[in-house]
Write a protein that binds this ligand. Structure first.
Ligand code: GLA
Length: 375
């Protein structure tokens, strides 16, 4: 990486966790994410001409012409996250971008459910907004980043990740209503427990296609619910009792998905209340219940994630554990007593290696501010 002084500006863009409310954002409910202290760092420099170079410490760099129509590259190329946001910015500010170079480095593990993708999209959007004085609002930038993932990457993600990357604050979790985008910053008083991520180091190839399938299954549920109950607009707001009345109309799989969404929304609201009341033990129980739903009703877990959550149930030092993010691999999020973190990681790593012949990685995370400029 070239020294700082050769660049015009540097952006630090964090990953995110989600305490509870998984696969709820695109169903119009509530989620409880936060930005964390693992980041992608991106340095930008304006230049003459048309050709932009994007270099990365961990992946092959690429170049593109800023004045030619941008299209997604084939083969899941990571360039699509970058090209997608530039495409989105050019739609809103067609004349204000010119050539630039950027360099990317990261301490965020890729494909681990900590949203390295949103960190990259948001970091590029935020950096270009500053570099070219584009005057895009935060919400416009969040939506550009989300749309890049829809149109250039092909994952029809919700808004949680990009929102958390922009709006995160130190020591706070975000209670976000994904329908209205109203949010509250809540204190995360979880002492003496710490948030620890355990990375299965498994990245499932089907994650994106299965993600889009879940979204379609939820849309299918909603079509049928709306045809009977015209007052409901989003799956997350439909009470479980109403869903149960549709047992004969919804096919079995769609019924399971809908039940999960309704129950997870309720758990998330409860979790935000017990967190504010300081009942962290109850909060942990809700995390376990969330995992159970994700694994058995929403079917987005995998044997490695289930193993880690099951293992934690036998240890009193862990009061809550569940898979986090889209699923099919990636991390579990765990609330572990501060005195037992090292010993617990040691024992679960040995057990995980014995069972799957895979290394487990771990990160103790703190809640941090969202995407920002650094000197
Ligand atoms: C991914 C998506 C988010 C969200 C989570 C699951 O991280 O990008 O929008 O749907 O999965 O909660």
């Amino acid at each position: 990486m070239v020294a700082n002084k050769h660049f015009d500006l540097t952006v630090k863009s964090p990953g995110r966790i989600n305490l509870i409310g998984e696969h709820i954002d695109y169903n119009g409910g509530h989620v409880l994410p936060a930005a964390i202290n693992l980041n992608i760092t991106i340095r930008f420099k304006k230049k003459e001409g048309n050709v932009c170079h994007v270099n990365s410490k961990v992946r092959n760099g690429f170049k593109f012409n800023i004045h030619e129509k941008l299209k997604p590259k084939s083969n899941n190329h990571w360039a699509n996250y970058v090209l997608g946001v530039i495409h989105g910015i050019l739609k809103l500010r067609p004349k204000q971008l010119s050539a630039f170079d950027c360099e990317i480095e990261s301490d965020l593990p890729i494909g681990s459910g900590i949203s390295s993708s949103a960190a990259l999209e948001c970091g590029i959007t935020f950096g270009l907004n500053s570099l070219f004085n584009l005057n895009l609002s935060k919400l416009e930038q969040i939506k550009i980043a989300q749309k890049a993932e829809h149109d250039f990457v092909g994952t029809k993600c919700g808004i949680m990740d990009q929102f958390a990357v922009y709006m995160g604050q130190e020591k706070k979790v975000i209670l976000l209503n994904c329908e209205t985008l109203k949010y509250e910053l809540l204190d995360a008083n979880i002492d003496p427990y710490n948030i620890v991520l355990l990375n299965t180091n498994v990245e499932h190839k089907l994650a994106s296609s299965e993600y889009n399938n879940r979204r379609k299954e939820c849309e299918r549920a909603m079509e049928i619910i709306k045809s009977k109950y015209t007052d409901y607009h989003h799956l997350a707001e439909v009470p479980i009792d109403v869903i149960k009345t549709l047992e004969n109309e919804l096919d079995e799989l769609v019924l399971k998905r809908a039940a999960y969404v309704s129950e997870e929304e309720k758990r998330t609201i409860n979790a935000s209340i017990v967190l504010q009341n300081g009942d962290i033990i109850k909060f942990g129980e809700l995390m376990y219940a969330s995992h159970d739903g994700l694994s058995n009703k929403y079917d987005v877990s995998c044997p490695e994630l289930d193993f880690l959550v099951d293992y934690s149930k036998k240890h009193n030092s862990v009061i809550g554990s569940r898979m986090m993010g889209g699923g099919f691999g990636g991390c579990t999020i765990n609330l572990i007593h501060e005195d037992y973190i090292q010993s617990y990681i040691k024992s679960i790593s040995v057990a995980y290696k014995d069972r799957f012949n895979l290394e487990l990685s771990s990160f103790k995370v703190s809640l941090s501010k969202g995407v920002s400029l650094i000197n």
